[in-house]
Design a protein around this ligand. Structure first.
Ligand code: PLP
Length: 449
């Protein structure tokens, strides 16, 4: 069957995520038959460069031979077993390895099956820790504007992107919202570090005012991804770590999107040499193969839950597929590749190639900013560059870029007016150039009035 046939059957049976299904009357979904490396291939034989790592999950290309081999081996050993009362080699090895890799002081791994679930766990654990210590007045979370932590109700409440949150507001817990250090909003001539430091005063004030009732501050370290790839300086994390400790409030680092090398280091917190109280991981954890997430925390927090059953201190949260052996094995194979291929070093070359390929965008009359942190590069379209007037959101300027790129064999998925690249680490400099050229002509097209 060709694309048409699959698309027709799809539209009769599926309801797709993050989609106004009516849009598919004009643009049917693209059925993918096969993928290899950075390339996806549909049923008509057309190929698409996956410039966004299939929602930021893929690290070492699709159908990676090394991850495939590890999974085949695991399939013949053990596909799944519950993780309560039982355990298995892949989960043990992965926990040991993540603890070794993560910022010093994180000593325990708790597994789940999606990023949102990891965020729920970190929020619940933080609250429950304070309750176990007799501080049950601590029930609130501090969060940054423009942040995104997932779509389940707790994670949605912790996030702050109106597009996802507004509709469900009556269902959500209240949070304390602090203006983001988003450096797109800095004054002309102000450095990222200066702006991030200046914006930290809002966080300091919030902590001073709310420390008594706050369990934790939750942030996406360095890049607010779903919020339009808005970026800030590591100094913010340094100040935040110090202030959280001083005020007796946990720090939750949601590295679900930015972990595993996206920012140039294994974990974004390393840029500021800080250890959060909770580190949430997901997406790239399995190289983009299988749903798995993890929350790493300290021994001190773990100990607050440890006691006789009748004390009712235990953390009773669970998901059926928690710590699935296949997913853990894919994660181990992914970490092997990081080691064997010296990926973080190699990525410096790729990040430079991305930067060079994006220089051309700076002078475009409808590009407000080109920004980059490691392997994440974003280009922000704007209506009026001088006056910094955005396009009305109803105009959906990102859509023609998406359509144009697909036609030319590149999968971009703009966030509003922000076009970004977050490719798998097996992309070549030539493919980076092609991706950038295609984005450029797409932006040209989308901004012609
Ligand atoms: N946290 C961050 C920072 C994310 O970017 C995402 C997803 O994009 C999530 C949490 C939610 O992860 P998932 O989609 O696996 O539930």
């Amino acid at each position: 069957m060709k694309n048409n046939g699959w698309a027709r059957r799809d539209l009769a049976a599926l309801w797709h995520p993050c989609t106004q299904m009516k849009d598919h009357e004009q643009f049917p979904p693209v059925p993918i038959k096969h993928a290899q490396g950075v390339w996806l291939e549909d049923y008509d034989g057309k190929r698409y460069l996956d410039a966004i790592s299939s929602w930021w999950v893929n690290l070492f290309g699709h159908c990676n031979p090394r991850i495939n081999a590890a999974l085949r081996e695991q399939l013949d050993q053990l596909e799944h077993v519950l993780l309560a009362g039982f355990t298995h080699e892949p989960a043990i090895l992965l926990s040991e390895r993540l603890i070794r890799l993560a910022p010093a002081g994180l000593a325990r791994c708790f597994y789940a099956d999606s990023g949102s679930a990891a965020v729920e766990i970190a929020l619940k654990m933080s609250y429950h820790y304070w309750r176990n210590l007799g501080k049950s007045q601590k029930t609130k979370f501090i969060t940054l504007t423009n942040s995104y932590h997932g779509e389940t109700l707790g994670a949605l409440a912790a996030g702050n992107v109106a597009l996802y949150k507004e509709t469900y507001a009556p269902l959500l817990m209240e949070v304390i919202s602090v203006p983001s250090p988003d450096c797109f909003c800095r004054e002309g001539g102000e450095s990222w570090a200066d702006y991030s430091r200046r914006m930290f005063t809002c966080m300091e004030q919030a902590l001073e005012k709310h420390a008594g009732e706050a369990c934790a501050v939750i942030v996406e370290p360095l890049v607010q991804c779903a919020g339009g790839m808005r970026m800030y300086d590591p100094v913010y994390l340094t100040l935040l770590r110090e202030a959280c400790s001083r005020h007796g409030v946990h720090l939750i680092a949601d590295e679900i999107a930015v972990g595993f090398g996206r920012t140039g280091k294994m974990f974004a917190c390393e840029h500021a040499a800080v250890t959060p109280d909770f580190l949430c991981l997901g997406k790239g954890l399995t190289g983009g193969y299988l749903p798995l997430s993890a929350v790493l925390t300290t021994d001190e927090i773990y100990q607050a839950f440890y006691g006789d059953y009748t004390t009712r201190k235990a953390f009773l949260h669970s998901h059926s597929y928690t710590g699935n052996p296949l997913a853990c094995r894919a994660a181990l194979a992914t970490l092997d590749i990081f080691e064997q291929d010296k990926t973080l070093e190699h990525n410096q070359l790729l990040a430079r190639a991305m930067r060079d390929a994006a220089v051309q965008f700076q002078d475009h009359p409808h590009v407000a900013e080109v920004r980059q942190t490691g392997m994440i590069l974003a280009i922000e379209m704007i209506k009026d560059k001088a006056a910094r007037t955005p396009y009305p959101w109803q105009e959906r300027r990102g859509l023609p870029v998406y359509r144009h790129a697909l036609e030319h064999g590149v999968l971009l998925r703009p966030l509003g007016d922000v076009i970004y690249f977050m490719p798998p680490y097996v992309i070549t400099p030539e493919e980076i150039n092609y991706m950038a050229e295609t984005a450029y002509t797409g932006i040209d097209l989308a901004t012609q009035d």
